[in-house]
Design a protein around this ligand. Structure first.
Ligand code: GRF
Length: 197
């Protein structure tokens, strides 16, 4: 491949299994990209340990007084750090806050997210629990562009998984996560080829 790797900045609040899947895809040359920065809003998020173990640069954002968004100053700082790391595409991987103007304006149409449902069904928190409670026979995950709404941006790709008799929210989430770990790197590889023709 002649083009330079797509420069990613990853944001996460959780254990970082999607980040790990992306890093593995890069290492195995299924995704022509490099992770320039891994950032978290939570200092003890597992995603940071996974990034450190791979020797990647990490950043922790100052504590926010909100639960579902960041103060504009903190989000501006996040945007600045991503810019300084020369990030081209911001990858949300289990990042648990809404994205607001400071990041949306600095990375217009350059922020992607993975959500554990077949959007537009079940946006918001614990989508796998919502799916269980609704009694649907099929669930899945969606990679989408991020806009100012809640899991409402343009859909890039989806993967489906069955909901089985006896599923609990936890067992369904585990099955969805297996699908996520294949879908996210694949979709990013497709984006890399579009953004770097
Ligand atoms: C995933 O299920 C993702 O869809 C959702 O948050 C979870 C993050 O898991 N947005 P992990 O931190 O990547 O393991």
């Amino acid at each position: 491949m002649n083009t330079s790797p797509l420069r990613l900045g990853v944001l996460g609040s959780g254990k970082g299994s999607n980040f790990q899947a992306i890093a593995s895809a890069i290492a195995e040359k299924r995704l022509h990209a490099e992770v320039r920065l891994v950032m978290s809003d939570l200092p003890d998020a597992g995603i940071l340990d996974k990034a450190r173990a791979l020797g990647l640069p990490v950043a922790v954002l100052p504590q926010s007084k909100f639960r579902t968004k960041l103060e504009p100053e903190i989000e501006s700082l996040a945007a600045r750090m991503l810019e300084e790391a020369d990030v081209e595409l911001v990858v949300l991987a289990g990042y648990m806050r809404m994205i607001k103007a400071p990041l949306l304006d600095r990375f217009p149409n350059r922020i992607v997210n993975i959500h554990p449902s077949l959007l537009p069904a079940f946006p918001g928190l614990e989508a796998w629990r919502q799916a269980c409670e609704a009694g649907v026979s099929e669930a899945g995950c969606t990679v989408h562009w991020v806009d100012s709404g809640m899991d409402s941006g343009e859909i890039l790709a989806q993967a489906r998984v069955p909901v089985l008799a006896g599923d609990t929210p936890a067992s369904l989430h585990a099955r969805i996560q297996v699908a996520e770990h294949a879908l996210y790197p694949e979709t990013l590889a497709g984006l890399a080829s579009v953004l770097r023709p």
